[in-house]
Design a protein around this ligand. Structure first.
Ligand code: SF4
Length: 309
């Protein structure tokens, strides 16, 4: 999942990940006359209560690398929104303080633009030179921008491969939707853990109303790929190929010579037993769950083989 892209699959990884720095501003709607933060964000300078009442007021200016927030000589907060590049630097500072309403429509527009940008990458490198592998494992609700990992929202879905970025993401979203959500995950918290629920929209999206198929549908419409796909399940290869250890020699052939050179087991100690241990201990006692048999957990004395505690 991804809080802005809703799904963090093939489209997002090329639509954002493979963009240049400048391209990322474009995809994030920097300067866009309708969907950019400068146009769609609702600034609330009236919620700034002055430097004296804002101990950390400096962060309000420091959060913008483009230096667009200022506290003027009248102790008022100003914003040059028309120059906003949508770097997202101020979102976590202004939003929680009630100084800026972050516009959900901007996120929708970014999700559509992600598919545009993905197509741009394919065109740049050659459309027949791109393939995708989605590792739908540990499907956490958020991406690595987040400061936490969280419980996966669905069990492992598998490893998907395709030459079509739209089809591969559609297949993953479908599989996640079909799956039962994991107990204790954000999907369950949002009551979207049932088979058939749209889990990314519920558990990953920042705003209610964002869609887990915006990028997919856009990609379908612009000719990047197709929502229609045929899922071909691969037959597992022979376990022999993946056995561990990979070295097929039996242990004596691998290690015998080395053990002759340097014996790690202390045969010379304790009559060949190697270590100072009791011959017999009460293993049943330590296997019991304390809550099931409290009477047998009493410790009468601590004993060690050499008689010391
Ligand atoms: S921090 Fe970034 S998003 Fe916020 S106003 Fe400055 S340029 Fe725009």
């Amino acid at each position: 999942g991804h809080s802005m892209g809703v799904i963090g699959g093939a489209l997002k990884n090329l639509g954002i990940g493979a963009q240049s720095k400048r391209g990322k501003f474009n995809v994030h709607m920097g300067g866009h006359p309708t969907y950019g933060l400068g146009a769609a964000g609702v600034f609330h300078p009236e919620n700034f209560k002055g430097k004296a009442n804002t101990p950390d007021w400096e962060i309000l200016e420091d959060c913008c690398p483009f230096n667009l927030y200022h506290i003027n000589e009248n102790d008022e907060l100003e914003w040059e929104g028309d120059k906003c590049a949508n770097c997202l630097g101020c979102f976590g500072v202004m939003g929680p303080r009630g100084l800026m309403d972050i516009p959900p429509v901007q996120f929708d527009a970014v999700d559509a633009a992600i598919a545009d940008a993905c197509l741009g990458v394919e065109k740049a490198v050659g459309r027949d030179k791109v393939g995708y592998i989605n590792m739908a494992l540990d499907v956490s609700p958020r991406c690595d921008c987040a400061n936490h990992a969280d419980v996966p929202i669905v069990p492992h879905l598998g490893v998907f491969a395709s030459k079509d970025a739209v089809a591969i993401d559609m297949a993953c979203v479908d599989k996640a939707r079909e799956a039962e959500g994991i107990k204790g995950s954000a999907a369950e918290m949002m009551e979207a853990h049932h088979a058939g629920d749209k889990k990314f929209e519920a558990a990953a999206a920042t705003f209610h109303g964002q869609s887990e198929v915006t990028s997919i549908n856009t990609g379908h419409e612009i000719g990047l790929g197709s929502r229609e796909y045929e899922l071909i399940e691969c037959e597992p290869d022979s376990p022999e190929r993946f056995r561990f250890p990979y070295d097929t020699r039996p242990s004596r052939q691998r290690f015998g010579e080395r053990f002759e050179k340097f014996q790690v087991f202390p045969y010379d100690k304790y009559d060949g037993k190697g270590f100072n241990r009791l011959d017999v201990v009460d293993l049943d006692k330590v296997k019991h769950h304390y809550e099931d048999s409290p009477e047998i957990t009493e410790v009468s004395e601590s004993i060690h083989a050499d008689g010391d505690d």
